[in-house]
Design a protein around this ligand. Structure first.
Ligand code: 5GP
Ligand code: ZN
Length: 114
């Protein structure tokens, strides 16, 4: 999608601190980190939000979580714990309309979130 900031990152039109990439997903550091470790894992295919996901995305969703687990270990947060967050829609605070999963760790995380 031409006016999507994350599609631009995928297409190397906007730089990012890339952590991981394969044929289905990329992961990079959040530009405004909310924790010592704060990365985003996103599908390369433009999907606006969880609301636009269906049966055809089941494998992709599973893949995202397997990659997340692998990156948590790589980033040293597996043992102490981490949180994977998806904000879907206005009231959840979704600002980028390309589905993405935040992975946060490296400090105590409050629950429930504000
Ligand atoms: P949301 O609020 O939609 O769940 O999360 C969007 C996230 O993307 C925010 O945490 C924000 O800091 C991050 N973000 C927005 N624009 C950029 C960018 O150009 N580069 C990177 N690395 N992160 C971005
Ligand atoms: Zn996009």
């Amino acid at each position: 999608m031409s006016d999507c900031i994350f599609c631009k990152i995928i297409n190397n039109e906007i730089p990012c601190e890339k952590i991981y990439e394969d044929d289905k997903v990329i992961s990079f550091k959040d530009i405004s980190p909310a924790a010592p470790v704060h990365i985003l894992i996103i599908p390369k295919k433009h999907i606006t939000s969880i609301n636009e996901m269906s049966e055809e995305h089941i494998e992709l969703i599973g893949h995202i979580f397997v990659v997340a687990k692998m990156l948590a270990k790589q980033l040293g947060i597996s043992e102490n714990g981490y949180r994977i967050v998806n904000n879907c829609g206005e009231q959840a605070g979704q600002t980028v309309k390309h589905v993405h999963f935040h992975m946060l760790g490296g400090r105590n995380l409050n629950w429930p979130p504000g």
